[in-house]
Design a protein around this ligand. Structure first.
Ligand code: EPU
Length: 333
């Protein structure tokens, strides 16, 4: 069950070749009690779609492959569905849409597993996982206990949760989603989705239409992780003061912003990187993707360190030009 000197190339979507001293594939909860003596440090791996491995891992990579989807509660208007951490996220979303349970359609086609969704509170097209998560079950290796965290105890924020801070050592076992049985009526769409719906002559989209639109838009802008190494958006979209934004808009009138709070706006990091001319420029097979500048890509054979160095170069250039500190969204190991 535990393997030594294990190559992680196929387990990270950047396709970086590094080794873990120990690797263990966790397939059921019943295995947990036998795993209390794993060699530390332990890194919990899901779909490997949000990590950049820069060096060999001297510890144990615990690959969470616990699968299963079950209905916990159901009434006329909603369903509470439990998905285990090792389920492939997009497949789970597809199952919910096909079953007539709505809410997750905007989150279709995001790579990774269910277990990662609460950790970084994945989001797209105005929806975040937190909008539908009711509770999260985790395992504490120290006490050997399972713990449940209700939505409000998870401290969800933009690409953030308590599972990135205080509860970093807990292993996510399952996530309960409260989904609607009544189709959600959308009043506002992201321009990219709007364009798709207009092109397809869809005036009143069903959740399934939104699901299709999201897949199509993501396919057109984002690289397929099976073809090009990447981990989705590499940086978070930074939040800056409205004062800072006003100053920047004089120099860069094209710069977009989204409301954050009364004194702050969120700025698209992809646009900052694009303005700097990094988009589609590759050096030794590393660069920011030609269709979306927020995505760091490995066109083949790049090392994790080379990818990391490129990200630092981009961060420095963004700081130099805009006085904005970009923060990686991806976990760098
Ligand atoms: N933009 C450019 N040039 C680029 C890329 C973007 O000018 O190369 C501009 C776009 O024209 C647009 C704005 O930046 O005005 C925002 O771009 P986009 O709608 O593509 O979204 P994003 O802010 O870059 C975020 C999420 C994505 C999510 C999309 C859609 C983050 C870090 N990323 O990207 O999530 O799919 O919105 O909702 O918040 C992910 O987290 O891995 C991810 C892909």
């Amino acid at each position: 069950m535990i393997k030594q000197n294990f190559n992680l190339t196929s387990l990270n979507t950047f396709g970086v070749s590094v080794f873990a001293d120990y690797y263990c594939c966790l397939e059921s909860e019943s295995q947990l009690t036998t795993l209390r003596s794993l060699v530390a440090p332990i890194f919990y791996l899901g779909g490997g779609s949000n990590i950049l491995l820069t060096k060999n891992y001297h510890g144990t990579v615990l690959h969470n492959c616990i699968k299963g989807i079950e209905i916990l509660e159901e009434d006329e208007s909603s369903v509470l569905v439990r998905a285990y951490a090792g389920e492939v996220w997009h497949d789970f979303v597809t199952e919910t849409i096909n079953a007539g349970w709505f809410g997750l359609e905007c989150l279709a086609y995001i790579p990774g597993t269910v277990g990662a969704t609460p950790v970084q509170n994945i989001g797209a097209y105005g929806v975040e996982a937190k909008d539908y998560i009711e509770k999260v079950c985790v395992y504490d290796f120290k006490t050997g206990n399972f713990e449940y965290y209700q939505n409000e105890e998870c401290h969800f924020a933009y690409r953030h949760s308590i599972f990135k801070t205080e509860l970093q050592d807990r292993l996510i076992i399952s996530v309960d989603f409260r989904l609607s049985k009544k189709a959600i009526v959308y009043h506002r769409f992201y321009p990219a989705l709007q364009e798709y719906l207009a092109e397809h002559g869809i005036a009143q989209p069903t959740p399934k239409d939104i699901y299709q639109a999201v897949i199509s838009v993501r396919q057109s802008k984002l690289p397929e992780v099976t073809e090009i190494g990447s981990a989705g958006s590499f940086f978070k979209n930074p939040v800056i003061t409205t004062q800072h934004f006003s100053e920047l808009s004089i120099r860069f009138p094209q710069l977009s912003s989204y409301f954050y709070d009364e004194d702050h706006v969120k700025v698209p990091a992809g646009q900052l990187i694009d303005i700097l001319g990094f988009k589609g420029k590759y050096e030794s097979n590393v660069g920011m993707y030609e269709k979306q500048a927020l995505i760091l890509v490995n066109l083949g054979g790049a090392t994790g360190e080379a990818l990391h160095q490129h990200s630092i170069k981009v961060m420095n250039a963004v700081y130099e030009k805009f006085k904005i500190c970009l923060e990686p969204e991806v976990i760098i190991l």
